[in-house]
Design a protein around this ligand. Structure first.
Ligand code: ADP
Length: 396
């Protein structure tokens, strides 16, 4: 059987990230990024195998970027596209799985924009631009929130008056669903249990960070909530703070809500704690050289991560393994080791040599003999989006 080809699109307000994926392949045929869209400096950069190229986009609109992408796709795909898979951040309670995009799906994504004002409108721009240039191909929306729609009410409800949930959809949604689903599926396969089998704690640690408890392919709880600010310490996001912080800052410093949003989303996390950088690699180097802010940021990051993972243990009947993924989770032996040190109560223990010996981009077990399993599993959200798009089309 010929393996089908899918274009994966992740559209932000000024960028389009894209990848051309062939069914079942671990690598993209073609991938790249259109950046600074909406301005005069817009560029389109891509790579295919060893070949890398970049062009300026005279017209920096999202539509122009999509139009410039078309000839590249024709050049690199050896067959017509079977689908375009679009990453959409917030699916609210409407969407528990991937959807073929039609007018009603577009209306629902638009309706959810109040919950993700920075993301959903940008995702819609990408959907419209791609549908304009590829009108005859099925377009599929994959939602970051959909995987977590299996959470029980005791995990997704805030202890707030019922009307805020019933009338305003205020509840915990969770994000990074595509990544948590991908790595827990992989963990089932790698440990011989079968895809989507097993009881896992998953830590996705990139610029955004979240943890998740997954049982047999179903998310039972996760650290992010109504928005991607809740939970873990992240690159520039604070994660959990006392909810009264807003009122306190308003009263004592006179800060308004936009200023506080800016503080919590852009000036906090690793950047705020270290006073140096949001980039973990840079913080690790600085910590080695004695930078106290970097050392503190790393300590808080690992401790809060361990605390979140231990808390998520409440959602699981047993633990088959702990999974690390994302730029930090896949590459930082130090963060993995320090986090697991705080989790000794679960009997988790790392094998130091295995932990430092994990190859870049490789999945590997890193636990010591006698410990519950601990794995590093590289995430591949684009592959997950491509395969979910095809799976949807295969349904009768
Ligand atoms: P995004 O969430 O934007 O996709 P990534 O998953 O690429 O981000 O993760 C970015 C983070 O991974 C950065 O903090 C970066 O410093 C960190 N990172 C990448 N490589 C390493 C490494 N070798 N050691 C420590 N941190 C790393």
């Amino acid at each position: 059987m010929t393996r089908r080809t899918v274009l994966v699109i992740n559209c932000g307000s000024s960028s389009i990230k894209f990848a051309l994926r062939r069914e079942g392949d671990g690598q993209a045929i073609l991938s790249g990024l259109a950046e600074r869209l909406g301005g005069e400096q817009a560029t389109l950069a891509w790579k295919a195998g060893d070949q890398r190229e970049q062009i300026q986009l005279g017209d920096g609109s999202h539509s122009a970027a999509m139009a410039a992408l078309l000839p590249l796709i024709e050049q690199h795909a050896d067959q017509p596209l079977s689908a375009v898979g679009h990453r959409v951040v917030h699916g609210g309670e409407h969407f528990t799985r991937a959807q073929r995009i039609d007018d009603s799906v577009i209306s629902a994504i638009t309706a959810n924009a109040a919950l993700a004002p920075l993301h959903n409108p940008a995702n819609l721009t990408g959907i419209h631009a791609a549908m304009d240039v590829l009108p005859d191909i099925p377009h599929v929306a994959i939602f970051d929130t959909a995987f977590h729609q299996s959470m029980p009410a005791h995990a997704y409800r805030y202890a707030l008056p019922q009307a805020l949930y019933a009338d305003h959809a205020i509840r915990r949604y969770g994000f990074h669903g595509t990544s948590h689903q991908y790595v827990t599926n992989q963990a089932g396969e790698l440990t011989g249990r079968g895809t989507a089998k097993g009881a896992w704690l998953s830590a996705h640690l990139g610029n955004g960070c979240s943890s998740c408890a997954v049982l047999d392919g179903r998310s039972l709880d996760t650290s992010m909530g109504l928005t991607p600010l809740e939970g873990l310490v992240m690159g520039t996001r604070s994660g959990d703070v006392d909810p009264n912080l807003h009122a306190h800052l308003g009263r004592t410093l006179g800060w308004d809500l936009p200023r506080i949003e800016q503080l919590l989303n852009r000036e906090s996390g690793l950047l705020g704690l270290s006073g140096l950088s949001n980039d973990m690699r840079q913080l690790e180097q600085a910590a080695e050289q004695g930078h106290e802010g970097a050392q503190l940021a790393i300590e808080v990051f690992c401790y809060r991560l361990a605390r979140s993972l231990l808390g998520l243990g409440a959602a699981l009947p047993r633990l088959d393994g702990l999974l690390f993924t994302g730029g930090i989770g896949e590459n930082s032996a130090r963060i993995r080791a320090r986090t697991v040190e705080h989790m000794a109560i679960l009997g988790l223990k790392i094998d130091a040599a295995a932990n430092t010996g994990v190859g870049r981009g490789a999945a590997a077990p890193i636990h010591a003999d006698g410990s519950t399993a601990i794995w590093v599993i590289p995430t591949d959200e684009e592959r997950q989006i491509a395969e979910e798009s095809l799976a949807l089309l295969d349904q009768p």
